[in-house]
Design a protein. Structure first.
Lengths: 439, 302
């Protein structure tokens, strides 16, 4: 009797706070899966920081982490759309290799030697980049055509592509490493000079804040116009504050990372500045690869959520027959996802080869696995129809955090692979379990 | 290319013979004593909304639809009945653009129409409510209602708010209790999902509505709702093809009944001139009402 009332008592006291936490989340209209991933990332970061004795959460490590995550993140945004529409692309690493090699050949061989136009022309970087992206679109288009119009399964087509494009990359340079890149092109790879610096980085933060505030305001206005329920004001303020703090915090971290002292000295000498005691401190700011990755994520998110193309991709993933019966040109849409994926692989190739200042035959080998893993850790479902671009970017950052953290802890590389593999399966297993329970 | 002229008034009914409108085959106008237009059908000078002539569809060696002709007038419900594999769904898939016909002709408003895909059919005002509902489960009600016909802003972006407002409007009329406009339709009940499929079909000013087993997944209250809606749409002048295996459904809603058996047309009869038994005879034995013997009628009852 007393026991029963005690049990009842606990449930009564426990119920209200839990319900209010849930209703708070509902009011914020935050994707709970995304929130869970952010929390997982925070746990990973704090855990590694403790284990490494404070080495992980330094501006230097976080800056490097951001640059290293970029190339996988760029491709993962496109992979989300591929997997959402019930396909797969195993060839992205090889497309990266082929387009990277082509861009390198353009800069180091074809433009200067074959056409005799010379090195370091002002247009070299943009011609190379545009040609690489166009080639990526072409290669993706060929695969997409075979998949969508001829009906060969994407697994097979891109498995073949994995071999074909890598082989072509080898043929292009007879297996040689092509270097160096055009100096302007090399800025795409980041590094102190390929970063925005202090002022521009704060400007980026300002643009991000303006964007957050505008979208909250525009969303509220739209809802009011149609008489839909509005978010409570505290929720709007909380989202705005969170967005602003995130943008300012990220830029603050990037600006806290100074140029390496030897580069700073070089810069001081070149510009006739007398170095102060303790060396010249030049804030690095956000690296170009990170800017490119963020820009890509924004554009692809826009495509996925605000344009018909994205709506069709998700509908095809949810029910291919329904999409067809609704009059959607499903074949063109599927082909479009592969064209986009090829272009993103080329952008990623530019970032990677610029960072290496060279294109090797093995550039991007196995990156298809990391890209697919990032998309899947980010909540993209192989059953189709489910996935978000911010999730995939977070997935890329989580994977890179694990690898960087283990490097800091001096974990052997085979063990790193084992851990990443286990995390991948565990993350998806957990996600599937939670989804089944909440469904 | 109009259908053969028919006597404006029904011939005095001969005992034992019930009027049957045989399929209109252009080459050889159908004759016969039973060829009288029933009173319930629209006047013959009205042009049919849809005419399908001599449609054939084969899957491999199987003739799923074998030379079938049907017609549909404005403000009319034509029930399409037949057993499993009779070809009624396939015939309607031809009209909705989901499956191309191997041969045959389709006229919409008297004009030859080529329907190669669902887009073509929708452009002609032909909407379909599929038995499977054909909803994308992972997106919300508005995305499904406007799938393939999204409202866009001046810049070409999706205008989700406008689509949600329109969806609230159209579904609100069908099902006032419907509230879940933001959730993926996967989590909705069968009746709610049906509401979305119906809303999608009627929101775009359809002239012709194809309903494939519209009440198969519904409870009694929802079934009544669909029936009332059907009557209302008919009142508004739509032509409706109603596929059903439930003969009571068909008798309640249809003006004319077209019976198919094993891909072939058995006949089209005026609902008011036949009994359910006679239609059952057509469905099961492929015999027109006049051809049904006493013994066979008795068998149907056993």
């Amino acid at each position: 009797m007393t026991e029963a009332t005690a049990v009842q008592g606990t449930t009564v006291t426990r119920e209200p706070p839990r319900r209010s936490a849930r209703s708070a989340l509902q009011a914020l209209e935050v994707d709970t899966r995304l929130l869970g991933m952010v929390l997982a990332l925070v746990v990973i970061w704090i855990g590694f920081n403790i284990l490494s004795g404070g080495l992980f959460l330094t501006s230097r490590n976080l800056w490097n982490l951001s640059v290293q995550s970029a190339s996988v993140a760029i491709m993962a945004t496109g992979m989300v759309l591929i997997i959402v529409s019930r396909n797969i692309d195993l060839s992205v690493g090889s497309i990266l290799g082929l387009t990277g090699m082509t861009m390198a050949m353009l800069q180091a061989e074809w433009i200067p030697r074959t056409f005799g136009l010379g090195f370091e022309q002002p247009y070299t970087w943009i011609v190379a980049l545009a040609a690489g992206i166009a080639l990526g679109a072409l290669v993706g288009g060929i695969q997409g055509f075979v998949i969508a119009y001829i009906g060969v399964p994407s697994f097979i087509v891109t498995l073949g592509g994995l071999l074909v494009w890598r082989g072509l990359a080898f043929q292009l340079a007879q297996g040689q490493t092509i270097a160096p890149m055009d100096t302007t092109f090399a800025l795409l790879g980041g590094g102190p000079k390929g970063s925005l610096g202090e002022a521009l980085s704060w400007l980026v933060a300002g643009i991000a804040i303006a964007f957050v505030l505008y979208s909250l305001w525009a969303g509220r206005r739209r809802r009011r116009r149609y008489g839909f329920p509005l978010r409570p004001m505290w929720a709007e303020v909380m989202l705005a504050v969170f967005g602003c703090v995130a943008a300012l915090g990220a830029v603050w971290v990037a600006n806290s990372y100074p140029w390496p002292s030897n580069l700073a000295t070089e810069y001081a000498v070149a510009n006739g500045i007398t170095e102060p005691e303790g060396g010249l401190i030049i804030p690095t700011g956000i690296a170009m690869p990170v800017i490119i990755a963020i820009g890509t994520a924004v554009v692809i998110t826009f495509l996925a959520t605000r344009r018909r193309f994205g709506r069709y991709v998700f509908s095809i993933g949810g029910n291919p027959d329904a999409a067809e019966l609704a009059g959607i040109n499903t074949r063109r849409t599927i082909m479009g996802t592969f064209v986009l994926m090829g272009m993103l692989a080329a952008i990623s190739a530019a970032v990677l080869s610029a960072r290496l200042n060279a294109a090797t035959v093995g550039l991007g080998t196995q990156s298809e696995l990391y890209v697919i893993a990032a998309a899947v850790i980010g909540g993209t479902s192989f059953a189709g129809g489910i996935g978000t671009i911010p999730g995939a970017v977070l997935g890329a950052v989580i994977m890179q955090s694990l690898q960087s953290g283990m490097v800091l802890l001096k974990v052997d590389s085979p063990v790193q692979d084992i851990v990443v593999g286990l995390v991948l399966v565990t993350a998806v297993g957990l996600d599937t379990y939670i989804r089944r329970r909440t469904a | 290319m109009t259908i053969p002229d028919l006597p404006p008034e029904p011939a005095p009914s001969v005992p034992g013979s019930v009027p049957v409108t045989t399929p209109a085959v252009p080459a050889a106008p159908a004759g016969g004593t039973a060829d009288a237009r029933p009173t319930a059908t629209p006047a013959p000078d009205r042009r049919p909304l849809v005419e399908m002539r001599d449609i054939r569809v084969a899957f491999g060696g199987v003739h799923a639809v074998d030379g079938v002709s049907v017609s549909l007038y404005p403000g009319e419900v034509v029930g399409l009945v037949g057993g499993n594999g009779a070809g009624k769904s396939t015939l309607m898939r031809v009209l909705s653009g989901a499956h191309p016909a191997d041969s045959g002709q389709i006229l919409v408003d008297g004009q030859p129409a080529s329907i190669g895909n669902p887009r073509d059919a929708k452009a002609l005002g032909i909407e379909t409510i599929y038995q499977t509902l054909a909803l994308a489960d992972n997106v919300d009600a508005a995305a499904n209602v406007f799938l393939g016909r999204e409202i866009r802003t001046r810049l070409g972006n999706l205008d989700d708010a406008a689509m949600e407002a329109a969806t609230r409007n159209v579904i609100g009329r069908l099902n006032p209790r419907f509230k879940n406009f933001k959730t993926p339709v996967k989590s909705l009940s069968g009746g709610q999902r049906q509401s979305i499929a119906i809303a999608r079909a009627i929101h775009f000013n359809a002239k012709v509505l194809i309903m494939d087993e519209p009440t198969a997944a519904l409870g009694p209250a929802e079934t009544t709702q669909v029936r009332e809606l059907t009557a209302q749409l008919k009142e508004e002048g739509l032509g409706i093809f109603l596929i059903s295996h439930d003969i009571h459904d068909v008798f309640d809603l249809a003006d004319r009944i077209t019976v198919m058996l094993q891909g072939k047309l058995v006949g089209t009869v005026d609902k008011d001139r036949v009994t359910k038994d006679e239609v059952l005879g057509m469905i099961i034995m492929g015999k027109k009402p006049g051809e049904l013997g006493e013994q066979e009628l008795a068998e149907l009852h056993s």
